[in-house]
Design a protein around this ligand. Structure first.
Ligand code: ARG
Length: 469
């Protein structure tokens, strides 16, 4: 396509137009501009610029007066943006140049000194690290709330029995409290992953300049410190060109969202009429316009679905980064959309799951009835044969299998067989066997560390409350 834009570039873009005789083609301007999405970095960008200007003044690179004007001007820019009055302009491409151009309009010449010993490359790397760090802090707080809700609900249901599943087949009875505490543990590791990511990302790229560092006598410790980083990033090429911190963040979110998705899936199943284990509140369900009886778990379904977008965001950035030579390439401008999208999707999912768990009510009878079905205490019978009769476990398993078949033949539960029925399979079976066949006794017997016995669940809950502080 022919470029119809023949305006001199310096009049189109005062920030880099010097050597250009023509402005960008319309299509080029459109693909090049990131302001529609990276305006979200405005607060971080202004914080970074203020730290940089203060350092420049302290190092004697700009005057105290210019520094003051820059700082005041940046505050005004921040106010304009916060109040929605800021004139975002696509011709200034991105948030960095929009802020600087506006600063120049507001304070004049001093604005031009802000970009001394800096490049948009170290600027954006700094802004983006600050953004991800802020996002981690917010999401961590959300995860803590989620954990509290899980613990409270688990406390209510430390003794509520339900079927535990493997292959979604009734396996052994567990308590609903134990089941919920499993998600507490997952959330704990999710927080650990975000925390690891935060620790590694907390090095400041500012001062790496375009890629090689700068000849100005800057103080990188000072800017790192002012922005709450642990240290300046050690290598200027690395500082401006890696986005591994964003990848780690996305990977951590993809994993955390996968946990939410599994819980969401369980809520969909458990709240369905054939299960009827839990009831979701009106606040997190929707009705059907045609089937009046319906209460659809849309919240849970959307959480499940958003997992695709978050996993996709990780994949998207991974592929953007693959094959980029050091140092900066414009490809990296595409790092932001996946991170913003995943941050929002995860925050939304977390809020919905937290509300859904807090609100849900349990049909303990339905759970207990289901827990007793499917011969869920067959393992208890086998264990009894090992303990009381000294059978090897493999033999006990086989004997139990025959007793299960017997119960199936009679269409009854294990506990409803008579002692004589069982003795037809294994003559030494004594009356004591009935003590282990109930769901409650099964659950109560699982006292090993990390097991589902209510006393263990209560210990786990107490520990969790300590951890949460
Ligand atoms: N908007 C750009 C980005 O997000 C800022 C860095 C531009 N640097 C450059 N050398 N063109 O990546």
């Amino acid at each position: 396509m022919k470029n119809k834009n023949t305006k001199p570039a310096s009049s189109v873009n005062a920030l880099w137009g010097g050597r250009f005789t023509q402005g960008p083609a319309e299509a080029m301007a459109r693909i090049n501009a990131s302001i529609d999405f990276d305006r979200r970095l405005w607060a971080q960008d202004i914080a970074g610029s203020k730290a940089h200007a203060a350092m420049l003044a302290a190092a004697g690179i700009i005057s105290a007066k210019d520094c003051q004007e820059i700082a005041d001007g940046l505050d005004r820019v921040a106010e304009e943006i916060a109040s929605g009055d800021f004139p975002f302009r696509a011709e200034f491409e991105d948030i960095h140049m929009n802020v600087e151009a506006r600063l120049a309009e507001l304070i004049g010449e001093a604005a031009g000194r802000l970009h001394t010993a800096r490049s948009r490359n170290d600027q954006v790397a700094t802004d983006f690290r600050l953004f991800v760090r802020d996002a981690i802090d917010e999401l961590d707080a959300g995860l803590v709330t989620f954990q509290r809700v899980l613990v409270d609900k688990a406390d209510e249901h430390a003794e509520t029995v339900m079927p535990g599943f493997t292959h979604l087949q009734t396996a052994q009875p567990v308590t609903f409290g134990h089941h919920l505490m499993a998600y507490y543990e997952m959330a704990k590791r999710d927080r650990g992953r975000l925390d690891d990511c935060r620790r590694r990302l907390n090095e400041c790229p500012l001062g790496a300049a375009a890629l090689a560092g700068t000849s100005f006598p800057i103080d990188r410790e000072a800017t790192a410190d002012a922005l709450g980083f642990d240290a300046p990033a050690a290598n200027s090429l690395d500082a401006v060109s890696d986005r591994d911190f964003a990848l780690e963040f996305l990977a951590a979110l993809a994993i955390a969202q996968t946990h939410l998705s599994r819980l969401a899936e369980e809520l969909v199943v458990f709240s369905s009429a054939p299960f009827g284990f839990v009831r979701l509140s009106d606040a997190f369900t929707t009705g059907s316009s045609i089937m009046p009886q319906k209460r659809n778990p849309d919240g849970a379904e959307l959480v499940r679905a958003k997992t695709g977008g978050i996993a996709g965001a990780f994949q998207a950035l991974l592929v953007v980064m693959k094959g980029l030579p050091l140092a900066y390439s414009k490809d990296m401008q595409e790092d932001k959309v996946p991170v913003f999208r995943a941050t929002d999707a995860f925050a939304a999912s977390l809020a919905v799951m937290t509300g859904m768990i807090a609100d849900l009510t349990v049909d303990a009878e339905a759970m207990a009835a289901a827990a007793g079905g499917g011969h869920a205490t067959a393992t208890d019978l086998a264990d009894w044969l090992v303990r009381a009769l000294g059978l090897p476990f493999r033999t006990a398993h086989e004997v139990t299998g025959r007793i299960v078949a017997l119960a199936d033949g009679k269409g009854c539960a294990l506990a409803d067989l008579t002692q004589e029925d069982m003795q037809a399979v294994e003559p030494r079976i004594a009356e004591g066997v009935f003590d282990v066949l109930s769901v409650a006794s099964s659950v109560a017997s699982r006292t090993s560390f990390g097991g589902t016995a209510p006393e263990r669940v209560r210990e786990a809950i107490a520990l969790a409350r300590e951890e949460l502080g």
